[in-house]
Design a protein around this ligand. Structure first.
Ligand code: BES
Ligand code: MN
Ligand code: ZN
Length: 506
């Protein structure tokens, strides 16, 4: 994984000593101010010239590269990056600008970035540093491990360092705190992207369990892995049903982090870990089926989030639960019409073997009861219908507790991993009624995301629960400048932010 080392300086921007000095710029502001004014003065009015001629307007994602002469400024290049209008500024604008700066640095072969942070905005120093660090660390990531030669048109060089410049009166200690949070959260998200990017012949349930154990050693999490026999002993009929069609062994992965004090109710994060979803006997069409290697994106986000929570040493108790299997057809596979008995004891008529995620999540949600959790949040690439309803810009958010749902939505706004709530009204529930069992596993075409949520709700009894349907957001073709086409790592940063809020540190 590409590493970016981050540091903070009090020194003036003109002394940064970097390959690329980045000056963010609000749209329509004609005169350079603060650090930019000093750079402009040293460079004989070069910034005013570019802006005055209208070659650079400061619109969102707009750029201009300037070349200081010997002795003017201690930087090989100066980059102006547009932030858009000052009134619309938020963390996401800065994340984007940081991403744009990384793309320019990669194009130019500039390994070291120095970023001047905008002052006089609504964001405090810690949030500014966090957003800039996130934008840079996320943008620097690329999945390369399976190539034997570099991609055509790839970067001229990688960005390996980021210097956050406190010029303009920002509090250095706050910048350092924010940078650390941003770096850890973004690295966790990159871990999630990397796990999701690995194809299903490599990233099997057994492999994910191994990753969980490694993360446990690295960060002081206690990790327990249930193999098939233990899953059987637990009575996890949903997970076992999905695992019937494949030669690949299922795993139920448990990660426990405890810094919240003895007896304090934990926050439980549940991630769907289907390492490949062919649909099973209800086979999917061939078109884009390769994307179903991403069907463990929820699991990847939970692994990333738990590592970040541990690295940040948040004062909470937290648990990650990952039910993991492949979903394949075979002579032993689950068949439409089969009735299974779940961990909770409820029976399910499986009318479509492609609605497999809810079967294994049902068992995990039921297993979560033993922790007497303060809240449970699950993340799952659960329904294609979610991408139809909300496209690729919003996570589908549902739950049984309004305050919990609101807190998740707010964490989503702050991280740019935005959520939109869908109703779990009782009126939809008859769509899941079965002739032969307690419920069936699909509710037909109308409101497919909601009926999937209602299915899960049957198993999330006894605690506040929220469900994130990430089918439209876990991987994307069109992305903001700090990401790349492919897995996004969503909702890793959202989960970290939400837990930070619950821990009282955000
Ligand atoms: N993993 C899929 C959902 C999915 C589809 C995620 C497309 C990302 C992109 C899930 O297991 C699934 O197949 N859901 C079915 C449910 C249906 C059978 C009720 C779906 O969406 O078609
Ligand atoms: Mn499926
Ligand atoms: Zn699936």
């Amino acid at each position: 994984m590409q590493r970016v080392s981050i540091s903070v300086t009090d020194a003036p921007a003109v002394q940064a000593g970097v390959a690329l000095l980045v000056l963010p710029w609000f749209e329509g502001e004609a005169q350079p101010a603060g650090a930019a004014a000093e750079v402009d003065a040293r460079m004989g009015g070069a910034i005013r010239a570019v802006v005055g001629r209208g070659d650079f307007t400061g619109r969102n994602d707009d750029v201009a590269v300037l070349y200081p002469r010997e002795g003017e400024v201690q930087a090989e290049r100066v980059l102006l990056v547009g932030l858009g209008p000052r009134q619309q500024f938020d963390a996401e604008r800065l994340r984007r600008a940081a991403g744009v700066a990384v793309r320019q640095a990669q194009r130019l072969g500039a390994p070291g970035l120095g970023v001047v942070l905008p002052v006089g905005t609504g964001l405090d120093a810690a949030r500014l540093a966090q957003a800039a660090a996130e934008g840079v660390v996320l943008a620097a990531w690329e999945f390369r491990e399976l190539r034997t030669r570099p991609r055509e048109g790839g970067p001229r060089g990688d960005v390996s360092s980021l210097l956050l410049i406190a010029d303009g009166g920002l509090d250095r200690a706050a910048l350092e705190r924010g940078a650390r949070v941003g770096e850890i959260a973004a690295r966790a998200e990159n871990l999630a992207r990397e796990l999701a990017a690995r194809p299903s012949n490599l990233a099997t349930p057994t492999y994910l369990a191994g990753v969980a154990e490694e993360l446990g050693h690295a960060h002081g999490l206690s990790v327990t892995v249930l193999d098939r026999a233990a899953i059987e002993a637990e009575g996890m009929g949903g997970l076992l049903a999905v695992a019937r069609g494949t030669q690949e062994e299922p795993r139920f992965i448990i990660l426990e982090y405890s810094r919240g004090g003895e007896g304090v109710a934990p926050l439980v994060l549940v991630g769907k870990g289907v390492t490949f979803d062919s649909g099973g006997i209800s086979l999917k069409p061939a078109q884009n089926m390769e994307d179903m290697k991403y069907d463990m994106s929820g699991a990847a986000a939970v692994l990333g989030a738990l590592s970040a929570i541990a690295e940040l040493e948040l004062p909470v108790n937290a648990v990650g639960l990952i039910p993991s299997s492949e979903n394949l057809p075979s002579g032993t596979a689950l068949k439409p019409g089969d009735v299974i008995r779940t961990h909770l004891g409820k029976t399910v008529e499986v009318v479509n073997t492609d609605a497999e995620g809810r079967l294994l999540l049902a068992d995990a949600l039921s297993y979560a009861r033993r922790y007497r959790p303060a809240a449970v949040v699950d993340a799952a690439t659960l329904t294609g219908a979610c991408a139809i309803a909300l496209g690729h810009h919003a996570i589908g958010l549902m739950g049984n507790d309004d305050a919990l749902v609101a807190s998740i939505r707010e964490a989503g706004e702050r991280t740019g991993e935005r959520c939109w709530q869908l109703p779990l009204w009782d009126e939809y529930r008859p769509q899941l009624d079965s002739e032969v069992a307690d419920l069936k596993n699909t509710g037909g075409r109308p409101a497919g995301t909601i009926t999937a949520g209602l299915f899960l709700k049957e198993f999330a009894s006894d605690y506040p629960w929220a469900h994130l349907d990430i089918a439209g957001t876990a991987y994307r073709d069109e992305v903001p400048p700090y990401l790349r086409k492919g897995p996004t790592g969503v909702p890793t940063r959202l989960l970290v932010e939400w837990v930070r809020t619950r821990a009282g540190v955000a």
